[in-house]
Design a protein around this ligand. Structure first.
Ligand code: NAP
Ligand code: ZN
Length: 349
């Protein structure tokens, strides 16, 4: 196969720059997708800049991929040339362990293969969506039912969307439930939209006073400025579930005290440094839980995409060109994104 254009980080400290990669020729079960748009996840930044250590270089990030099918292997059943398709955070898993059999490939006992940075337990590097095309086996390719003109705004559903949809479903977000979403970034703004569409009462917790109006427009019933002690005190003991998307180490107790008895705070943000240990009193006195949640399985990702298409949900995006990526990362660190950057891959050509 001829080489294609991509963007890669060569080390934790060098800006991303043009790089050429080769994709495998599609095998019998493979789909080749011409990438049209790719969302920019905070995980891309953590990985490209080596914040989680473990980064394989050269690093081509990008796991919110949408595009058009341009080739299919002979055994591919559900895609044909010309279809719109998506790829999220995984491109493979073992397929035979219990989590894989249960459709929870993200918890594969043998480690799924990330769309970028390779298998989670070590192995050959993989290159993600900051590139012109990708070849993925059909069982890890998602169908897109949104209108084609919404395609760029659909890209972030492939990671930000499923990362919030899965815990909201797992912990029963719906009518009569009070849900807190912490952080109005890429993940958080999808959480507000999804929890609202599921019929729950949504309270957004943000450090940015400039995001109050947007929070409400996106579907929050209440917006609480998390740096204001009086506003936080007013929320004490009120919430059934908190989904915490913050990408930096912070005080978890401030949020644990907002849970009802038996309430859960699930962490989805993955800060480079650990959170300070929470106060045990805040857990034992109302039997509260701290949990974690990782993206979602392929079946659930398809369910989420179909749910979003049926409810008219997409991401609020700012379209950027590929060469803007480091500026986009720097703005993301300042919480200056409304609410997901999406790379127009035409800018790579
Ligand atoms: P993002 O767009 O940068 O949003 C994070 C938001 O957190 C910010 O917009 C900001 O919201 C808030 N925030 C940032 N720093 C903060 C601080 N020091 N204290 C309090 N709030 C702060 O990032 P993202 O793409 O949504 O990703 C969020 C995290 O989730 C990252 O760590 C990413 O790696 C992780 N992630 C996890 C999974 C998973 O499967 N578990 C999947 C994807 C991403 P406000 O301005 O509203 O305060
Ligand atoms: Zn992501």
């Amino acid at each position: 196969m001829p080489k294609i254009k991509a963007y890669a980080a060569q080390s934790p400290t060098t800006p991303l720059a043009p790089f050429e990669i080769q994709r495998r020729a599609p095998g019998p079960e493979d789909v080749r997708i011409q990438i049209l748009f790719c969302g920019v996840c905070h995980s891309d930044l953590h990985t490209a800049r080596g914040e989680w250590r473990g980064t394989l270089y050269p690093c081509v990030p990008g796991h919110e991929i949408v595009g058009r099918v341009v080739a299919v292997g002979e055994r591919v059943q559900n895609f044909k040339i010309g279809d719109l398709a998506g790829v999220g955070c995984m491109v493979d898993s073992c397929g035979h362990c219990a989590p894989c059999q249960e459709g929870e490939e993200q918890y594969c006992d043998n480690g799924f293969t990330g769309t970028y940075n390779g298998p989670v337990f070590g192995g050959e590097n993989t290159y993600g969506g900051y590139s012109q095309a990708i070849v993925v086996k059909e069982s890890f390719v998602l169908r897109i039912k949104h209108a084609e003109q919404d395609l760029a705004s659909v890209a972030p559903l492939l990671c930000a969307g499923i990362t919030l949809y899965s815990p909201l479903r797992h912990w029963g977000a719906g009518p009569g439930k009070r849900i807190g979403i912490v952080g109005l970034g890429g993940l958080g703004h999808m959480g507000v939209k999804l929890a609202h569409a599921m019929g729950a009462h949504v309270t957004l917790f943000t450090t940015s006073s400039g995001k109050i109006a947007d929070g409400k427009r996106l579907g929050a019933d209440e917006v609480c400025i998390s740096t204001d002690p009086d506003q936080m005190a007013a929320q004490r003991g009120k919430l059934d579930l908190i989904v915490n998307t913050v990408a930096a180490s912070h005080d978890l107790d401030a949020y644990l005290t907002l849970l009802k008895r038996d309430g859960t705070m699930t962490l989805v943000g993955v800060p480079p440094e650990p959170h300070p240990a929470p106060n045990v009193f805040n857990l034992i006195f109302r039997r509260r839980r701290i949990a974690g949640s990782l993206i979602g399985g392929i079946r659930e990702t398809q369910e989420m995409l179909d749910f979003c298409a049926a409810h008219g949900i997409t991401s609020d995006i700012e379209k950027i060109s590929m060469d803007y990526i480091d500026t986009a990362y720097d703005r993301m660190l300042k919480s200056d994104v409304k609410y997901r950057f999406v790379i127009d891959m035409a800018s790579l050509a």
